[in-house]
Design a binder for this molecule. Structure first.
Ligand SMILES: Nc1nc2c(c(=O)[nH]1)N[C@H]1C(S)=C(S)[C@@H](COP(=O)(O)OP(=O)(O)OC[C@H]3O[C@@H](n4cnc5c(=O)[nH]c(N)nc54)[C@H](O)[C@@H]3O)O[C@H]1N2
Ligand SMILES: Nc1nc2c(c(=O)[nH]1)N[C@H]1C(S)=C(S)[C@@H](COP(=O)(O)OP(=O)(O)OC[C@H]3O[C@@H](n4cnc5c(=O)[nH]c(N)nc54)[C@H](O)[C@@H]3O)O[C@H]1N2
Ligand code: SF4
Ligand SMILES: [Mo]
Length: 885
């Protein structure tokens, strides 16, 4: 009998419920959980492909010390010994943990308790520093606590949804689908997208404000002035529930309308239209994400937004409020356990002596940290300066994701002791581990996560622990035990940790702290197993409470009032003659972060198979880069070489590059090597979206494309990019050197067995070379070299890996590099669920399918997860416009 398990998607902060089914033969399939209140059965492309990412390929299955296999006892003794020795000799602040919003709450709680309560240092920071910390800082300044007041339903109930610095269609796709469906049902609803790029999210926008980089403080300060001037504020709410109005108004008023236009770079008409819409619409939700947070003015951007909602009293009521979209699946859980270096557990404050005392008594802890610890950027700086003697990295890949990433690698290289807990054996970060600890991954681990709307859901195991992999909380508790804290870390299961966490949230709370899930304090293991998703707060002895905050005040500053914060825009243009472009970095639809999981799926990798940079056509022309050429991006910190994607969606003078690619998948595309460690003064969050860079054409002599059954080994080329493909791998290449022994090169890189001779073709005139290696009737590898970007149809070439080549004509067709007439080239994949390419969609439109729905009926494209619907609409519109010309 197949076994079904209800669990939660491990990717974004939407927190979709998933039903995982293990068939009798062990095969796993996943579908959306129709009962989960975050997604009601929907999943996006990444969630739908989860079953393709759980194989054991590349997993680390036993502890390693210095690259050799070790027992858990030996590894844990070593970690505990190194930490204890450093603390003894250099004090508690000489050690650090760098953890992750992808830990489960139980893991996170144990890490934080060990460092802040028992080591006695607050040197635990998390990748949430790079993600949510400006929102946390902004919330705490305004509300007195890190509270997200609203719920997802508010997006559906609103009459105006403002998306500031959020590419919702690609980064929170199921929430985007909920919004798109609500708007389709109620067309009067307006959507405004504020983003320097025209993203797929702008597809449903009534108004797209292509703002200048970091123009947001000016935009919202200008809005604040406009609201006051037009008498659109709520004087009663301001008087009863806020303070600081006069100063905030004064600060905003220093900015003239002309200055707002200048700083935002927006046409006056558009700005007026946005201000009018906001002023006139009572039910407004403003969602914000990394275009707001990841900035040197991130905290001020957050407060500029909160000011507008507080002054209008549009907060905590149905269809109204500011809404911080959290990125990672457990960004919120991390905040609840106090995972940031400047926070304490259960939304208590590290700077508050009563809170420190309370936590110390609850934990029976010897030494609660007395001062904030090092924030991520400072933490790695301290590592580089030799001040951190022992570091434990868990569930994050900082050599890829931290700014000034090459300096982070150097710091790790120089650090006396680095432990890394990961699911994979080989990442850009595990390279620097002295001790590598194998962790349980999604489907194997058990615990809870909290999504963007404060909803706590269970992640449940449905697979056996592979090899010797163990849960992260277990690893931490075992090290704590070995450091002499056995009693305080005597957990036998995640349920034990959760019930303690719930008890701490209620401990001496009495309504003074927002985070209270006391109803679950002391929860029994059996009850934990069947725990349904619930939204906090859920204090003991009270019926499930109102799921919104602050509709009638009740803020967490001592006087119960919110603060309006005086904000002024800072100068954020970093470009100069040497570095004239602004680099903006972010995400694509089908990859997750550093690709350790989504990179395993051929389906997900087919959407965008290469690192790229989006450039405006005029900029591309000026630097001499043609479409599909290569572009080199450089800053004083480092450089990257990626494919040029020339598009009008990109504003002039700015370049967009994805954050995902790393040394496992490309020669030199770790974009954070280019990003300097400039941070927000309040939150310490890096400014990942506004980097001054130079961009130039990367002059290649040869370009190549290859498909291979075996994973290519160290393709020594100045440009290469590898992606999983059905039946093997695909590889894009560029060479700076003149032609060499290509057959020998292929033999080495594609591990061709001796005795297999290549079928070859060379065109002396064009310089094209094609080589194919067959093992009997199967293709082992095919290699297409040209003097310019290679024109071979990619999906067709990949399909040859699975095809039967018994017929010699087929083999010849392959070296000819052309699809046969029987097999047209589907083109680049648009719909990854059904593997539908752009050429097929174009053909369908020409054949009479004039809407996304019609294309879906004919090709199925866009009918499963819907993540590609915006792209399909773009293709349909493009074809129809072209036809009309
Ligand atoms: N597919 C996919 N989804 C993900 C993730 C993933 O890796 N892949 N990661 C998850 C995580 S951890 C996070 S944090 C979220 C992030 O989700 P988002 O924040 O939506 O994603 P980003 O692409 O980082 O950035 C959003 C947009 O900010 C814009 N932007 C840049 N500068 C500015 C500016 O100055 N002002 C404004 N207003 N906008 C600007 C960018 O052009 C970009 O389109 O996504 C989550 N979801
Ligand atoms: N330039 C630029 N840089 C950015 C961003 C940007 O927009 N631009 N965004 C930033 C943001 S918002 C974020 S959230 C970060 C994300 O950056 P990271 O957190 O560094 O990225 P991930 O790839 O998610 O890393 C997770 C690691 O944990 C491993 N792992 C997976 N599951 C488990 C588990 O259960 N246990 C353990 N121990 N390990 C596990 C994975 O294999 C992987 O190595 O990147 C940040 N960096
Ligand atoms: S929107 Fe997609 S990635 Fe995010 S939780 Fe849902 S299924 Fe997972
Ligand atoms: Mo994030």
């Amino acid at each position: 009998m197949p076994v079904e398990t209800k669990t939660t998607c491990p990717y974004c902060g939407v927190g979709c419920g998933v039903v995982a089914t293990v068939a009798e033969d062990g095969g796993v399939s996943v579908r959306g959980d129709p009962d989960h209140p975050s997604n009601y059965g929907r999943l996006c492309s990444k969630g739908s492909a989860l079953a393709e990412t759980i194989d054991l390929d590349g997993r680390i299955l036993h502890p390693e010390i210095g690259g050799r296999q070790a027992s858990w006892d030996e590894a844990l003794d070593l970690v505990a010994g190194k930490f204890a020795a450093a603390i003894k000799e250099y004090g508690p602040d000489s050690v650090a943990f760098y953890v992750s919003g992808q830990l489960l709450t139980e893991d996170y709680y144990v890490a934080n308790k060990l460092m802040k309560g028992f080591v006695g240092s607050a040197n635990i920071d998390t990748n949430s520093r790079l993600c949510m910390s400006s929102s946390v800082a902004g919330h705490r300044r305004a509300f007195g606590a890190d509270t997200v007041p609203g719920t997802y339903e508010d997006l559906e109930l609103a009459d105006l949804v403002v998306l500031a610095g959020s590419n919702l269609a690609w980064c929170h796709p199921v929430l985007y689908q909920r919004l798109a469906a609500a708007k389709a049902k109620r067309p009067g609803m307006k959507v405004v997208v504020i983003d320097p790029r025209r993203t797929m999210t702008a597809d449903i926008a009534d108004l797209h404000l292509a703002i200048r980089p970091d123009g947001d403080v000016a935009l919202f300060a200008g809005l604040f002035s406009h609201l006051v001037a037009g008498d659109a504020v709520d004087q009663n709410y301001i008087a009863a529930h806020t303070s600081g109005f006069a100063d905030a108004f004064l600060a905003a008023g220093r900015l003239s309308f002309a200055e707002v236009l200048e700083r935002t770079g927006l046409p006056a008409m558009q700005l007026r239209e946005f201000y009018r819409l906001f002023a006139e619409t009572e039910k407004v939700v403003t969602c914000y994400s990394q275009g707001v947070n990841q900035s040197s003015s991130g905290t001020d951007k957050v407060n500029a937004i909160l000011n507008c909602h507080l002054a209008t009293g549009r907060i905590g009521r149905p269809g109204m409020g500011p809404f911080s979209l959290t990125g990672q699946p457990n960004a919120m859980g991390g905040r609840e356990v106090g995972g940031l270096a400047n926070m304490l557990a259960a939304h208590m404050a590290l700077e508050n002596a009563d809170d420190r005392d309370r936590v110390q008594r609850f934990w029976r802890a010897p030494a609660v940290a007395q001062k904030p610890g090092l924030k991520a950027v400072d933490l790695f700086k301290a590592v580089g300066e030799g001040r951190i003697k022992a570091l434990w990295i868990m569930a994050t890949n900082p050599v890829v994701s931290m700014p000034d990433a090459d300096a982070v690698a150097e710091a790790l290289e120089a650090c006396p002791f680095v432990a890394v807990s990961d699911v994979l054996g080989k990442t850009d970060t595990t390279r620097y581990a002295h001790v590598l600890l194998p962790s349980l991954g999604w489907g194997e681990k058990d615990g809870t996560v909290t999504n963007s709307e404060r909803r706590i859901s269970r992640q449940r195991a449905f697979l056996a622990a592979p090899g010797q992999a163990r849960a992260d909380w277990w690893q931490l508790a075992e090290v704590a035990r070995r450091m002499g804290f056995a009693d305080a870390f005597a957990y036998a299961a995640p349920a034990d940790v959760f019930s303690e966490h719930a008890a701490l949230s209620a401990f001496e709370n009495d309504g003074r702290r927002d985070f209270d899930i006391g109803a679950h304090a002391g929860l029994a293991r059996a009850a934990y197993e069947v725990l349904d998703p619930f939204q906090w707060p859920q204090p003991a002895g009270r019926e499930p409470a109102e799921s919104r905050f602050f509709g009638t005040g009740g803020f967490y500053h001592a006087d119960g009032k919110a603060r309006l914060v005086a904000v002024a825009p800072a100068e954020t243009d970093r470009t100069d003659a040497a570095y004239p472009f602004t680099l903006n970095t972010g995400r694509i639809r089908d990859q997750w972060h550093t690709m350790t999981r989504t990179g395993k799926s051929a389906r997900l990798s087919s959407h965008i198979a290469e690192p790229f940079a989006e450039l405006h056509p005029r900029d591309a022309m000026e630097i001499g880069v043609g479409n599909a050429g290569l572009v080199e991006i450089e800053s004083p910190q480092g450089r990257a070489v990626v494919r040029a994607l020339i598009t009008e969606r990109q504003a002039r003078g700015s370049i967009f590059a994805p954050m995902h690619w790393n040394d496992q998948f490309a020669a030199r595309a770790r974009i954070d090597a280019v990003v300097p460690a400039i941070t927000d003064p309040f939150s310490g969050q890096p400014a990942s979206k506004n980097v001054a860079v130079a961009a130039r054409r990367f002059a290649a002599r040869h370009y190549a494309f290859a498909v291979s059954q075996a994973r290519p080994v160290e393709p020594d080329a100045p440009y290469w990019a590898l992606a999983k493909a059905a039946g093997g791998w695909r590889l894009e290449l560029a060479f700076a050197e003149p032609a060499g022994d290509w057959a020998g090169w292929c033999r080495r890189v594609f591990a061709i067995p001796d005795g297999v001779e290549p079928l070859g073709y060379a065109d002396a005139q064009t310089g094209d070379i094609r080589l194919a290696f067959f093992d009997g009737t199967r293709l082992l590898a095919a290699f297409f070299l040209a003097r310019g970007p290679v024109a071979v149809a990619r999906n067709w070439a990949i399909a040859q890996l699975a095809a039967d080549h018994a017929d010699p004509r087929r083999r010849f067709a392959l070296v000819a590099g052309r699809p046969g007439a029987d097999k047209p080239d589907p083109g680049a994949t648009v719909c990854s669920c059904f593997g539908v390419g752009v050429n097929q969609i174009v053909a369908a439109v020409r054949g009479g399918c004039h809407s996304v729905e019609a294309v879906g009926k004919t090709l199925n494209a866009g009918t499963n997860c819907g993540s590609c619907r915006a792209e399909i609409r773009g293709i349909v519109d493009g074809c129809l416009a072209a036809a009309a010309e």
